[in-house]
Design a protein around this ligand. Sequence first.
Ligand code: ADP
Ligand code: ZN
Length: 817
Amino acid sequence: MHFIDVILPIPLQKAFTYHITKAESEFLKPGIRVAVPFGKSKIYTALVYKIHNNPPTAYDAKTIHQILDDTPVITEHQLQHWEWISQYYMCSLGEVMRAAMPNAFLLESETIISKNEKIEIKDSELKDDEFLIYEALQHQSSLKINDVVSILDKKRVLPVINDLVEKGVLNLQEELYEKYQPKLVRYVKLHDNHKSQEKLQELLEMLNSRATKQREVILTLFTLEASTKQPIKVSELVERSGASSAIIKALIDKTILEEYHIRTDRIQFEGNGDIDAKVLNDAQQNAFDKIETIFKEKAVTLLHGVTSSGKTEIYVQLIQKQLESGKQVLYLLPEIALTTQLVQRLQDYFGEKVAVFHSRYSGNERVEVWNNMLNNSDKARIIIGARSSLLLPFKNLGLIIVDEEHEQSYKQFDPAPRYHARDAAIVLANLHKAKTLLGSATPSLESYYNASQGKYGLVELNTRYNNVLMPDIELVDLADKYKRKRMKGHFSDRLIEEITETLEQGFQIILFQNRRGFSPIIECTTCGTSPQCPNCDVSLTYHQYRDQLRCHYCGYNSAMLKSCQACGNSTLDTKGFGTEQIEEEVRLLFPEKKVARMDLDTTRGKYGFEKIINSFEQREIDILVGTQMLTKGLDFRYVKLVGIMNADNLLNFPDFRAHERSYQLMAQVSGRAGRTDLRGKVIIQTYNPHHNILQQVSTNSYKDMFAEQMNDRYNYKYPPIYRLIKITFKHKDYNRVNLAADWYAKSLRQVFKSNVLGPEFPPVSRIRNLYLKNILLKIPEKQSLSKTKEAIMKIENSFNAVKDFRAVRVILNVDNY
Ligand code: ADP
Ligand code: ZN
């Protein structure tokens, strides 16, 4: 008897077992895809996990449907890495598989509806909707669910279909279809009929007399062929000859031309690949040598280099070395920093060897990167991508660079696997016996702590490239400015002076405000009511551009109210301010300057960021207003002034990391100023100019910040001293969430005593009509992580056995950074 365990792309606690034949057992290997039946009538694409001879005890193993590959589509290291992720972050292997594999690899069954030919039914026995479906099947042999949706012009069609199946009128059948469509490009050549000198002469003479346009096309084709010595695309021929595609089609129809298709890569590289890397200066060279030395002993090194110290150029040299020894490099970046700026820089050096991978890529583009890697192609030596690129099939990895390693977007929040890309990268590198370089101007406390403990190596770069001074940071006391009437809107006189001067000198300005929209709260000055989201426990944000109120949690929106819904007075006022309001105020203050805004609302679409970033680079914009998107490692040459509109809402955020994050954010935005020769200037407006974090930002004292924050983390038992697992409960019923969370917390307390915090409602306690409640479990350094998780799973299982709790969603978030 032969069996396989497979991973299904759904959250199952265990692998599922199927029965296979002896021949199949000889052919199959872990990592090959098979189509298997699962549940009542679904077919899934699964991955072979293990091949063995033990029948399952709890159920009869079904047979597999079909084998989908000749060779594995994932590597052994990948599987090991997935296992680690699933274990460490407490999720199923199927969830990791779902996150890792391009959708196009996960064939799905599609329901095919056909008529039951054995049954005769009178039209009068059918209801209206039923008749429409039945009639459609008189004209075609089968329909898909989507077809029925358009025939009936409504979304809920399953009840109707089910009724018809029960009446025996319809048959249902599940069919697999391949989602990946290779991209085919149309080419043309002269038809074989005319290849001989003689025939060609005849042809040209014939065209000469009548069809001049067609003749033009043929001659252009010859010229192109002669000059490029390569296949000629139809699109190219159209462009060069100026003829319409109809003319080319006519030539194809007349068998004068012949068309053919070639499969091409969707992802075409753009850079030259022939630009020489920059020569490192002494400080950079020194850092480079140190990194190399440390790598001889340690797997991980932290490169702590102030903004604009030239870290990227050091990465380039390290990459170069890896390529020379035939290894692959993974260059991880926060999603948002993946702009053409950096990609272009790398492609200039490494050309076609660079492959880019991020979530804005289409499914087909992802498949191509995946396949190139699986084939260890030369097109995939350097993978630059956001966190999920860590899950690709690396063959021969030598180095992982985690740039901006402090970025919180490296942690996946939802759905599972809730992994931290930096930590998962270190594990991946270890599997490949590769090295990991973490880079940041403002390292996370975790990484700096690990470095200070000797677990990681540490290399520091304290000067900017070219010895440009760190920007001069000035704190402006808002309370004082308001009292002395030195404010225009949200701009202090100091900020206005600096903006004016910078503009006069012809430099650019960045203004940072960590909220989008016009105003986060609308309040009635008569009765104090402010409009709330009907689905979430938050105030609606006013967006002036659309004259709308919007919820930033669920997307709910409504037209701006004319009067207060509670008291009816038209005394609605705005409180607080977002990027939209700042943009408007700047335009009024500097009417002849070009102002743009960069936030979630202005950067939608595949090239959203790029457009704004490019025009800022081209100096088509004088003043750029934006949210934290502006902080992500962008390199602008002509920015001299950065204004932080209000530091206080960063500092007051209710989270144990708020101070660390505020430091990072402000140091990073400030770092956009004065990157080339001139010293930059930063104005931070705040009600708390004496706040320690602001003092540390303005004196560039990362180490003081680190020491002080670490002290708090020791005292209050937070990471990196303790580990955290956050357990979130979600349900639409308020009471049930309370009961469930209380039950769970009580059980946890029996084991973990005072290290269990909560349950507590988060600041936003209801999102999309679901109530949320959190428990925080603190895990001391010496406590075994695996035993802790075992204990949680035990509680989880008893929890799930309680009928009332089964509908409550429980989300485990390990290392909730
Ligand atoms: P970081 O990544 O540390 O913020 P970058 O690598 O972006 O810094 O470097 C800052 C600026 O200095 C960039 O414009 C870069 O082109 C330039 N630069 C850095 N190193 C060199 C070098 N060795 N030679 C010439 N220019 C350099
Ligand atoms: Zn909402």
